[in-house]
Write a protein that binds this ligand. Structure first.
Ligand code: SF4
Ligand code: SF4
Length: 108
């Protein structure tokens, strides 16, 4: 069975859309960052447009706050160990029409 191999292009951390967080993820990420929960909620999350979820903040350029680039130019998630399930689930468990044109990864 083919397995998806991410090329670490970072596109999925840059395109528009909210990274929704569960309550458990909020706790875990705040703990990983070693900041108080109230600080994380106030300064690192926003309410989604439908007002039903919290999501991660974006930088001014629209990319996720936790996207970085390593010395080889490859994308790097600063909260990789605790990144939200939504991030882990792309593209196998959710995607959208035409996603393969925007994602440089491949099934091999
Ligand atoms: S949490 Fe990590 S994997 Fe998810 S969008 Fe942000 S940088 Fe990308
Ligand atoms: S868009 Fe695809 S290849 Fe690029 S970082 Fe995201 S999953 Fe990996």
């Amino acid at each position: 069975m083919k397995k998806f191999v991410c090329s670490r292009c970072g596109a999925c951390c840059r395109w528009p859309g909210a990274v929704k967080l569960t309550d458990a993820e909020v706790d875990v990420i705040a703990g990983f960052l070693n900041i108080p929960l109230a600080d994380f909620l106030e300064n690192h999350t926003v309410i989604t447009p439908d007002r039903k979820h919290l999501s991660l903040c974006e930088k001014e350029n629209g990319e996720c706050e936790y996207l970085a680039v390593d010395s080889d130019g490859l994308s790097l998630c600063l909260i990789e160990k605790v990144k939200p399930q939504q991030c882990r689930n792309f593209p196998g468990k959710w995607n959208f029409p035409g996603w393969q044109e925007k994602c440089a990864g491949e099934y091999k």
